[in-house]
Design a protein around this ligand. Structure first.
Ligand code: GUN
Length: 296
């Protein structure tokens, strides 16, 4: 059996197209969405992600600003910048690229962002509303995963989804979204303390792999016909590559594609969707700024 490839780039292009009429409507009212990204320190992978977010804005004709702060910046200075961005009417979405250096409290930074500009959906206000099934924003990666699952055409209701990883960015919110009324999956969240993991994953109709470990999900862990979504992008050493590394997912794609009914590649699966859904959230934030109906 060879599985159907879920093409994240193609689905992301569809999302981009759906944003165009909304962007036109905003512009006709004198608003062009603007995303402000805060990045602290020199982590090369984080800088790559931030550049990709800026380029995605440019492709849609949206504005963006990058505030690159040195590793040595104080927590107070990060707070002051966020306060300025919160107050700035020209800025619609604010995102602080994670991880932050250890002397800066990620939780406090996240809570400083106005929930109405929180396009990452990491503020406790937004996390709470996601759990309640009444979201303002959905976090970009889980929202992208849901779109990819929709795209496969499988009916999710009643299926067993096993989520590997319990991060605040992916594992916890995707579990909440899959179990929501109307989606109706039966959800198991596995993590590093889970026992007999292959036994568990072999019961899954849907596997969401978000553990950050290269090639972690092997073919023997996957039931025939399961749908496999690979959230990982891991750098592994590759001396034959110019860069000295190559990117692989959390799933052993070549082997698992022979077992799964549908599978995302990585790169080229969830990654492009994350960016597209971030653009969607930035457009939504600009719409909210005009309609201003959501009081907190
Ligand atoms: N670092 C890795 N993924 C993310 C993300 O989705 N948002 C932010 N802000 N930082 C990240």
């Amino acid at each position: 059996m060879s599985s159907r490839l879920i093409d994240g780039k193609a689905v992301a292009a569809e999302v981009d197209d759906s944003l165009k009429p909304r962007l036109e409507a905003l512009r006709s009212r004198g608003v062009n969405p603007c995303l402000a990204v805060v990045i602290v320190g020199d982590d090369p992978a984080s800088h790559v992600y931030v550049r990709m977010k800026g380029k995605a804005c440019e492709k849609l004709g949206m504005s963006h600003r990058t505030h690159a702060l040195p590793e040595s910046v104080s927590e107070e200075d990060v707070f002051s910048l966020i306060d300025e961005l919160n107050a700035d009417k020209e800025v619609h979405g604010i995102l602080c690229q994670l991880p932050l250096p250890p002397h800066i409290d990620e939780r406090k930074v996240t809570e400083r962002i106005d929930p109405r500009k929180d396009v990452d959906a990491l503020h406790p206000y937004n996390v709470g509303h996601i759990l309640l099934g009444d979201p303002l924003f959905l976090p970009a990666t889980p929202a992208g995963i849901m779109k990819l699952l929709e795209h496969t055409g499988i009916g999710i209701a009643g299926l067993h989804a096993v989520v590997l990883g319990r991060s605040n960015i992916v594992g916890k919110p995707i579990a909440a979204m899959l179990m929501q009324k109307g989606v109706d999956a039966t959800v198991t969240v596995a993590h590093s303390y889970t026992r007999d993991l292959p036994d568990l994953t072999r019961q899954a109709d849907i596997i969401i792999a978000a553990v950050g470990k290269p090639l972690f999900v092997t073919a023997d862990m996957v039931k025939k016909g399961a749908v496999v979504i690979d959230v990982g992008t891991n750098r592994i050493e590759d001396t034959s590559s110019e860069k000295g590394y190559r990117l692989v997912g959390d799933v052993d794609f070549e082997a698992v594609k022979e077992v799964a009914s549908a599978i995302t590649p990585s790169p080229g699966g969830v990654g492009p969707m994350t960016i597209a859904m971030l653009m969607n959230n930035t457009v939504l934030a600009a719409e909210l700024s005009l309609n201003g109906t959501r009081s907190l």
